[in-house]
Ligand binder design. Structure first.
Ligand SMILES: Cc1ncc(COP(=O)(O)O)c(C=O)c1O
Length: 329
């Protein structure tokens, strides 16, 4: 096992997780011409961070439990990314062994797992020398993400905190927050109606109901910036215990409400201390629609994840393309 000291992790805050990841890759000394080992089950935004530091992704496959099948090696690989999909802790043992053997840095991508911890109560994102968390995925805020530096030597090289910007949260955020509160309190599906109108307008102008990110998303240059001060205030004000309880209870309620003959949950249940991003499951589009109907009264939305990288798509196993989750935001 890599041993991390008992010292506290050093944190830096950014607008988005992909920006925190750029800094993590830089701290891992990944530069032009290097390679980064990354799961093939990943969204395009992660590739943009790798692209930004001038490196190339090398993919490893994951099985239906979303654990790695095996970890390939090339001499150019300088860092490995392990993902806590949907806030469930990835078993890092195989990653630690790999990183020790080849002297490369492990980055724990905990974009989905704010507030989630391992069975031995270590906050996810703090288990490897470097970690990232996209807090904005767990809270209704326009931006907010965190870089975790857990290795004291790397912490000495950590860049200073970028300035928080003074932009307001914005009308969209305020409306969504208000609608979501009303929806949860009264059962009136305000957010669902707004989403339907937005999708209809999108369909009329682009021919697509759901916007998918383009190939360009993989080669976008990611510029790290600080989050809004207003988002940081929301993060500090969050009652973490209440939010963690809401999520764990919702996981149980969703699990009981859905018809499991048509879908397969990714997990049998919640591990101890896991605070889920949502309820992940495998199924086809019709089954996902059924799940949506079953959870409408909870004021939550079913989403397909991820929008796979172009180079992964042609050979993607079926379980990469029929993965969905009930988003608990
Ligand atoms: C696994 C994973 N890592 C990183 C990111 C990037 O986070 P952000 O959208 O905050 O840049 C995402 C975004 O979808 C993600 O799913």
């Amino acid at each position: 096992m890599l041993s991390l000291s008992d010292s506290k992790p050093a944190y830096r805050y950014y607008a988005y997780g992909r920006q925190a990841l750029v800094e993590a890759l830089r701290l891992a000394n990944v530069t032009k011409g290097d390679e980064v080992l990354v799961p093939a089950l990943i969204c395009k935004d992660v590739l943009s961070s790798i692209f930004t530091v001038g490196a190339r992704p090398v993919f490893y496959q994951v099985d239906k439990s979303l654990a790695p099948v095996s970890l390939p090696h090339t001499p150019l690989i300088k860092a490995v990314i392990a993902v806590n999909y949907f806030g469930f802790p990835q078993d890092l043992e195989i990653f630690f062994e790999y990183c020790n053997k080849f002297s490369v840095k492990l980055i724990e991508d905990n974009a989905h797992g704010y507030l989630s911890a391992s069975s031995d109560r270590v906050l996810l994102g703090n288990r490897a020398p470097l970690g990232i968390t996209s807090i904005r995925k767990t809270m209704r805020i326009p931006d907010g993400a965190r870089l975790h530096v857990n290795d004291p030597e790397l912490a000495e090289q950590i860049p200073p905190q970028l300035l928080f910007n003074q932009m307001p949260l914005g009308a969209r955020y305020l409306l969504q927050t208000r609608f979501s509160k009303v929806e949860r309190a009264t059962g009136l599906p305000l957010l669902r109606w707004v989403r339907a109108i937005v999708r209809l307008r999108r369909f009329l102008s682009t021919g697509e109901f759901i916007s998918t990110s383009s190939t360009l998303a993989e080669t976008e240059v990611v510029e790290p910036v600080g989050p809004r001060d207003a988002s940081m205030k929301k993060i500090r004000k969050l009652n973490e215990e209440v939010e963690a309880q809401r999520r764990t209870k919702l996981y149980e309620r969703v699990g009981s409400a859905i018809d499991k003959t048509k879908i397969t949950p990714v997990h049998d249940g919640l591990p101890d201390n896991c605070v889920p991003y949502g309820f992940p499951f495998f199924g086809d589009s019709d089954a996902a629609k059924n799940v949506q109907r079953s959870v409408n009264s909870f004021g939550v939305e079913v989403i397909r994840w991820p929008d796979l990288p172009e180079s992964v798509l042609p050979d993607a196993p079926e379980h990469y393309s029929n993965l969905w989750f009930v988003n608990f935001l």
